[in-house]
Design a binder for this molecule. Sequence first.
Ligand SMILES: Nc1ncnc2c1ncn2[C@@H]1O[C@H](COP(=O)(O)OP(=O)(O)OP(=O)(O)O)[C@@H](O)[C@H]1O
Ligand SMILES: [Mg+2]
Length: 278
Amino acid sequence: MGKKRTGRGTNAPAAERADAPVSESMNAAAGAPANEEMNVPAVAAAVPETDGRKPLIAVRHIRKVYRMGDERVVALDDVTLDIYRGEIICFLGTSGSGKSTFLNMVAGLEKPSRGEIFIGGIPVHKLNEEGVTLFRQKNIGFIFQSYNLLPMLTALENVSMPLVFRNVDRRRRSAMARGALEAVGLKGYERRRPTQMSGGQQQRVGIARAIVGNPKIIFADEPTGNLDTNTTKDVMQIIVKSARKNGQTLIIVTHDRTIAEYADRIVTIRDGNIVDIS
Ligand SMILES: Nc1ncnc2c1ncn2[C@@H]1O[C@H](COP(=O)(O)OP(=O)(O)OP(=O)(O)O)[C@@H](O)[C@H]1O
Ligand SMILES: [Mg+2]
């Protein structure tokens, strides 16, 4: 089967919109028919505790083909991987290798064309929109290359957003968001808007937003892609420190080899396939 490729960044909007309601984020039109969906009650949305020997995330033969008119792009070919609780995993690959596609599948933002993804035993690939929204709100924090902060909101309000969806009351939201901002070294910046902060500061707000509800899993898509070397170090240390302290599982995708130094395992991806795990 011939593999056709397009230039980079064609899926950027999907990633950009990943904090939007899932009804907007699910890119069903771009992909092949998804696996059959199932209704999962809200109570089932939390990832159950695993015993540590079973993988927290089990990815089985996932494939993603995008169709654009007559053209088919095999973004992920056949990817199988186990990720354990508390691991820090770095996906390394060049532009167009399928890193963001992988992350978006595992985070439930897009459906694979084929294959299965289980998180804590929950078949994420089968969840319907409501199920996947609840699942993400409960279990997943996402850090973006382009920060994705809401420009009209202050740092405190941006960080509070995930808690609004979790129905945390206003006072508690504010206290938790202050704590998260302090954890990323931004005490005193609560009332700043994104335009009143540097790139590194905005990314730290993005990190605070991802960690504020203490999700079990953090995904980071090129979290330091827009930052200089020193700020990259600061930001990576904050992300890793938080993940270790809270026992979170952290999956970072990047083309930057220096980021890989922070990981327990490095997964190299090329042309939609894992070619090395070290
Ligand atoms: N929505 C889409 N429609 C069509 N093709 C897509 C779509 N999203 C991604 N692709 C293609 O799938 C392949 C993998 O893209 P992906 O965004 O996963 O790469 P990446 O490794 O994240 O690259 P980068 O480092 O540039 O972010 C690329 O060839 C890309 O053009
Ligand atoms: Mg990408």
